[in-house]
Design a protein around this ligand. Sequence first.
Ligand SMILES: Cc1ncc(COP(=O)(O)O)c(C=O)c1O
Length: 382
Amino acid sequence: MFDKIIDRKNSSCTKYDDLEHYFGNANLDPFWVADMDFEIPPFIQEAIQKRASHNVYGYGKQNKEIFEAIKNWMKSQHSWDIDTSWISLCNGVVPAYAACVEAFSNIDDEIIVQTPVYFPLFQCIKSNNRKVLYNPLKQIDGYYTMDLEHLKSIITPKTKILTLCSPHNPVGRVWSKEELEELANICIKNNITIISDEIHADLVFKKFTPLASINDKISNCTITLNSSGKTFNIAGLNASYCITSNNELKDKLDKVIKQRVINSVNVFGLIAMQSAYENGTVWLNDLKDYISSNIDFTIEYLHKNSKIKVHRPEATYLLWLDFSEYNLAHNKIKEMLLQECKIALNDGLTFGKNGKNYFRFNSATSKIQLKNGLNKIISIFK
Ligand SMILES: Cc1ncc(COP(=O)(O)O)c(C=O)c1O
């Protein structure tokens, strides 16, 4: 089913219909923004169509079944026992992150990000008038780890939040329990709240540990942000949720969510999320098999036919391509990708300074489209 080629042009989607706006050329093959070219599972389509046939689209109700579905998904997928009272719904992980920035820091406070990282997170910090504190990831031969010694050296009394991306977009790491525990202990010692963006948690190829599931002390300083958007290709429905076992943190966050009026989730978003979590296990396993084989194919094809270096991601369908072997200026690589390969990738520099010479490649498409795109790259980058 994932082999089916879907014509997404003129469906009001960012990936295909915003190419002109973002890249100045509508005729590129899109391997950029993080959504998939796959049809959503039939059970979600049916749930949405059933609701759509009602013909009255007034405000939605946050039924208790949605909270139960989230709780059961956390248990079945990630062996994490949560209480439904720990959950707050929101209309997107990024809006929820922005609300956390406001709830747990003040203007001019410092917030840590570990670059290269999903850029709206640090853009949110700046637009909310906080200071970004960079703790760049370390890497050896393309395998990234957190630099905890550097982290300890940059913390000041003004450091209020650590932003964790887990699994990490764009480098594809699934942080081990030991890495997470060590990180969290530094935050606990320094009274820092952790915002753990776990939106890619379901698309993993090794054991994923939700940060807050490790122990009560860590749970007590953590807000977990998540959504069914990435996993089930329903990100455009803008439904997400926040989880924290700490009542004080939850009250503060709920207050900001209400002030910003971002708790009123679209009625189709609620229905899709509930259906995804109630019925999605088998579909998700099939999806992961397909993505995994796309990743294997991409890595083998690039290694055989080009000098592009790429490490196998432990999570997501995103590959972090390293063009440094070509000894070209970053902007030259970018220009060649756009003008000669005619392909749209995410510019590594948007994820942080250490994204120089990197471009992010989205492999979540049919095998035919994947091979076409890779052929365009290797026709120029030999
Ligand atoms: C790490 C991460 N967080 C958040 C988002 C976006 O979440 P939302 O669309 O729910 O705001 C993305 C999308 O690519 C992401 O990769």
